[in-house]
Design a binder for this molecule. Structure first.
Ligand SMILES: [Zn+2]
Ligand SMILES: [Zn+2]
Length: 176
């Protein structure tokens, strides 16, 4: 698709190495890739599609373990603020979600910059129920009510073909 331009007609540049970004398709959504550092720029409206965020249900135990697994994924790197490819204003550094351990650069107006591998890590976090875990933590409900509901949901999910795969994946990740 070639070089990516903003609505203003200006070429979008990589916030990390200033090379022009190239538009590529990721899971049906258009994102902008830096061919040099492999970082990816995802506009806010495309994020849901790129990360395949959809409601799923996991047991409380699975979600608790997920949290323990993901926190250490955060990388120890020197903090460096980089400009938004669209408006050039320095972006905020934020942990994606609350527990992914992945720190991304976010322009509140335009989108999110993922360094190489970060988009994959966040996708895995989403696939393993990270978004649901965050919602659950935020929910102002008693533990038992939530737990009962989740157990119910898990039983229902058990009957689904893909749940076996997903569990196997989770167990292998947390080393059980
Ligand atoms: Zn780059
Ligand atoms: Zn911006």
């Amino acid at each position: 698709m070639g070089q990516e331009t903003h609505a203003s007609g200006k070429i979008l540049k990589c916030p990390k190495c200033s090379k022009p970004l190239e538009a590529v398709l990721r899971d049906g959504a258009e994102v902008d890739l830096c061919a040099s550092c492999r970082g990816i720029w995802v506009e806010h409206f495309e994020e849901k599609q790129v990360l395949e965020i959809k409601p799923e249900a996991f047991s409380m135990d699975e979600l608790e373990r997920l949290r323990k697994h993901y926190v250490p994924l955060g990388r120890l790197e020197k903090v460096r603020y980089v400009p938004c490819p669209a408006c050039n204003v320095l972006m905020n550094r934020k942990i994606w979600g609350s527990y992914s351990g992945v720190v991304v650069d976010v322009c509140s107006e335009h989108g999110t910059w993922y360094d190489v591998q970060e988009l994959e890590k966040v996708k895995e976090y989403v696939l393993l129920g990270g978004v649901e875990y965050e919602k659950m933590v935020k929910m102002d409900q008693g533990f038992s009510a939530v737990h009962a509901k989740l157990v119910q949901e898990t039983v229902r999910l058990d009957q689904r073909i893909d749940s076996a795969y997903r569990r196997a994946r989770l167990w292998s990740l947390i080393g059980l």
